[in-house]
Design a protein. Structure first.
Length: 317
C-alpha cells in the first residue's frame, strides 16, 4: 500500500506528532499511532521520528500501514457456523449462535477467532482479525456487527456514541408485562456480588431501555426491547428488577424462571438480538439487518403456545 501523505496545517504548530496523527487520521488510535512511529512507519522529509516530536506546521507526514499480522494461534480454530447477515469491505454482521463468546480469552474458540480464520481480510489495530464494536453475552443469540478496518471501527463507534444505532431484542419473560414501558436508572456492579450488576446502587452511569409486548403467553410474555444504552447484562438486570425476569437466566432470574418448562426447552436465557440498524461506515446509508429466531427459541415459543398447560393467547399487536 502506498504511503498516506498528510499535510500539517499551520494552526497545528506545536502539536505532538503522535497526538496529531490520532486526531486527524480516521480510525488511528493514539496507541496505534505511537506503535507505527516507533516501528519507523512514520516519516517527515524521509526521516524517522519520535512520537513526541513537535510539529511546526506546513510539513508533510508520510504514514505507511504494514500488512496486518496474525495473532499467535494458540490452537486450531473450530466452532459452530456463524451465519452471515451482511458482509462488505467495512464490516461483517453475523447471526451469533448461543453458547459462543465474542472475544478471545477462554478455552473455546471465540467469534473473533472464527471470523479471522474464515472471512479474511481484516485489519484492525494492525491485527488480521475483526474489531469488536459491541458485544452479546455468551448465551445471547442474534445480530452482531464487527469491523474490518480501523476506519470502520471508528465510524461505528462514533455512531454508537451519537445514538444512531438501533438495537432490538426479543425476550421471553416470566409474568404479564404492561403493553409497553420504559426503564431508566443508575447502573453499576452489585456491591454484594461484583460479578453481577444492578440498578439498586448509587452511580453516575445510567441505563435505559424501552419495551413493547409482542405476544402474551400463558405465564409468560414475549417482549421486544429497544436498548437506549449498552450496559453489561442490562436487559436481564433491568427486567428482572422490574419483576419480569428473563426465562432461563441463571444469574438474575429466580428459580421459577430458571426451572420453567419453556426455559428447560430453551436451555439458556431467552434473549435474541433480533434487529440491528446503523449508518454504513463509508456511505452513511442506513443498514438494517434481522436475525431469524434460532431453533431453540422457536421451540420454547411453541411450547408456550401449545394448549397443554403452557399455551398462550396469540399476538397482541
Amino acid at each position: 500500500m502506498a504511503p498516506q501523505k498528510i499535510t500539517v496545517p499551520r494552526e497545528a504548530a506545536g502539536e505532538r506528532l503522535d497526538k496529531h496523527l490520532s486526531k486527524h487520521v480516521p480510525g488511528l488510535s493514539l496507541e496505534r499511532a505511537r506503535t507505527l512511529i516507533a516501528q519507523g512507519h512514520v516519516r517527515i522529509r524521509g526521516k524517522k521520528c519520535q512520537p513526541t516530536r513537535k510539529l511546526w506546521g506546513g510539513e508533510e507526514i508520510e504514514l505507511e500501514r504494514p500488512p496486518p499480522r496474525r495473532p499467535n494461534a494458540r490452537r486450531s480454530v473450530e466452532g459452530p457456523e456463524l451465519p452471515v447477515l451482511h458482509d462488505d469491505a467495512d464490516l461483517v454482521i453475523i447471526n451469533k449462535p448461543p453458547g459462543v463468546v465474542v472475544e478471545p480469552g477462554g478455552p473455546e474458540a471465540s467469534v473473533v477467532e472464527l471470523l479471522a480464520a474464515r472471512l479474511s481480510p481484516f485489519d484492525v489495530e494492525g491485527l488480521a482479525r475483526p474489531g469488536v464494536v459491541h458485544r452479546l453475552d455468551r448465551e445471547t443469540s442474534g445480530c452482531l456487527a464487527l469491523a474490518r478496518t480501523d476506519e470502520a471501527m471508528a465510524a461505528i463507534d462514533r455512531a454508537f456514541q451519537e445514538k444512531r444505532v438501533d438495537k432490538r431484542y426479543w425476550t421471553l419473560v416470566l409474568g404479564e408485562a404492561p403493553e409497553q414501558g420504559r426503564l431508566e436508572g443508575p447502573y453499576g456492579r452489585d456491591p454484594k456480588d461484583p460479578r453481577k450488576y444492578t440498578t439498586r446502587v448509587s452511580s453516575a452511569r445510567r441505563a435505559s431501555l424501552s419495551f413493547e409486548v409482542r405476544e402474551r403467553l400463558r405465564g409468560a410474555t414475549l417482549l421486544e426491547v429497544k436498548l437506549e444504552t449498552g450496559r453489561t447484562h442490562q436487559i436481564r438486570v433491568q427486567l428482572s428488577e422490574a419483576g419480569l425476569p428473563v426465562l432461563g437466566d441463571a444469574i438474575y432470574g429466580p428459580a421459577e424462571a430458571r426451572l420453567h418448562p419453556a426455559a428447560q426447552a430453551l436451555g439458556r436465557q431467552a434473549l435474541h438480538a433480533l434487529q440491528l440498524s446503523l449508518p454504513h461506515p463509508s456511505t452513511g446509508a442506513l443498514l438494517r439487518v434481522e436475525a431469524p429466531l434460532p431453533e431453540d427459541f422457536q421451540r420454547a415459543l411453541a411450547l408456550l403456545r401449545s394448549p397443554g398447560g403452557e399455551g398462550g393467547s396469540g399476538l397482541s399487536g
